[in-house]
Design a protein around this ligand. Structure first.
Ligand SMILES: *Cc1c(COP(=O)(O)O)cnc(C)c1O
Length: 384
């Protein structure tokens, strides 16, 4: 790769030029480190056959129906989308048993978190979450100049007592991912109900169910939408990125009471979900077969990965999502070292050093062949 400056590079770029003054709180943000792309690993190590098990994507790809609908919508790509996403909203509302006005559509559910932060957090206010919860909550708080207060997890599970303990008068929002990414663990229905009742009334609780479609096979797992009677200030978020296999399209949604939905609509960019993406998401809802195939494949893959890891003497956390969280340090090396070594063998996993968990990795559940590749690479490294 050439490092020559491109012809239109800014000639004024350099240390002597004063930059516009960065907002102080933005200085506290580092760009989110996404899973490493397949193309990059291919280039770096001269590999052709690379398996990515790093971003919890659907190994079956998008639903064929979603693709067909997306293709059909492309002919109208010159037209702005319906900013209110009327058709998708109506269909989602009907399926979820909520009013259309109780829905907020986002460019991924990540954007719903940002909307909530823009509305309800700011300087002098705090967000409460767990230390190993999804890192994007903390980033959303930082983005708007709010503080994050982190409750320690217990055995890689959200600890309700610890969460209640760190809430104070400044707390305006509590974020709970259920299941938790990266640990894969859940809070049970009884635990969530208790927590929803005990968190001070004025606080908005964001219950992030990005992995709902995988988790619901467990009878102890609560469907957040059935908990709406427990708490007025509740926002349940879900996404088309995981089980629906549409991560590249960027569609997610939040369900909340209409006053809060209306507030979030104030900060929503007018065309935040694209026309093609809306069409794909709408069609994906109708593809029960693809969703069933996805969750079944995930179940089989979960058993395969868990058994393979246990056979190496490891103890993966019992997962309720489409990834496995495991401490590799019993094998004598850290997660970052394994990440590098596995990469050389064409398998991309996610190191957890960013969470201060140097021994752990998160492995997305793939196809039978992909999981086997990951286990074989790990076994080869274990023996190396
Ligand atoms: C993947 C993920 C999301 C959201 O992803 P989007 O693609 O923005 O919908 C949200 N929360 C958790 C915990 C996730 O793992």
């Amino acid at each position: 790769m050439t490092v020559d400056s491109p012809p239109n590079a800014n000639p004024g770029a350099g240390a002597s030029v004063a930059s516009p003054e960065l907002n102080a709180h933005v200085r506290g943000l580092a760009p989110y480190p996404p899973g490493k792309p397949i193309e990059e690993v291919q280039r770096e190590f001269g590999l052709t056959d690379v398996v990515k098990l790093a971003s919890n994507e659907n190994p079956l790809g998008p639903s064929p129906r979603a693709l067909e609908a997306a293709r059909a919508a492309m002919g109208e790509a010159h037209l702005y989308p319906d900013g209110a996403a009327h058709s998708l909203r109506a269909e989602l509302a009907a399926r979820l048993g909520v009013a259309p006005e109780e829905l907020v559509l986002g460019n991924g559910s990540d954007e719903i978190t940002i909307f909530a932060a823009l509305c309800f957090l700011g300087p002098g206010r705090s967000l409460v979450t767990s230390d190993y919860a999804f890192v994007r909550y903390r980033m959303a708080a930082t983005l708007v100049g709010a503080e994050s207060r982190l409750a320690p997890m217990r055995d890689f599970r959200h600890d309700p007592a610890a969460i209640l303990d760190v809430i104070d008068d400044t707390t305006a929002m509590v974020c709970l991912d259920n299941p938790c990414n990266p640990t894969g663990t859940i809070l049970t229905r009884a635990q969530v109900v208790d927590l929803l009742r005990r968190i001070p009334e004025r606080v908005l609780v964001l219950l992030d169910e990005a992995y709902f479609e995988f988790a619901r096979r467990d009878p102890d797992y609560p469907d957040g939408l059935t908990l709406r009677g427990e708490r007025a200030n509740l926002l349940v978020t879900r996404t088309f990125s995981k089980a629906y296999g549409l991560a590249g399209f960027r569609v997610g949604y939040g369900v909340t009471r209409r006053e809060i939905a209306r507030d979030m609509d104030r900060v929503r960019p007018p065309f935040n979900t694209g026309r093609v993406a809306q069409a794909a998401a709408l069609a994906a809802l109708d593809d029960a077969e693809h969703l069933r195939a996805t969750t079944e494949l995930n179940e089989a893959g979960r058993r395969q990965l868990e058994a393979g890891l246990r056979a190496m003497g490891l103890r993966p956390e019992p997962t309720h999502a489409n990834f496995v969280f495991v401490d590799l340090s019993p094998l004598g090396r850290g997660g970052a070292e394994f990440f590098d070594a596995l990469q050389r063998r064409g398998v991309i996993v996610r190191p957890m050093g960013g969470y201060g968990l140097g021994g752990h990795v998160r492995i997305s559940i793939g196809t039978e062949a992909e999981n086997r590749r990951a286990l074989e690479a790990l076994e080869a490294e274990r023996r190396a």
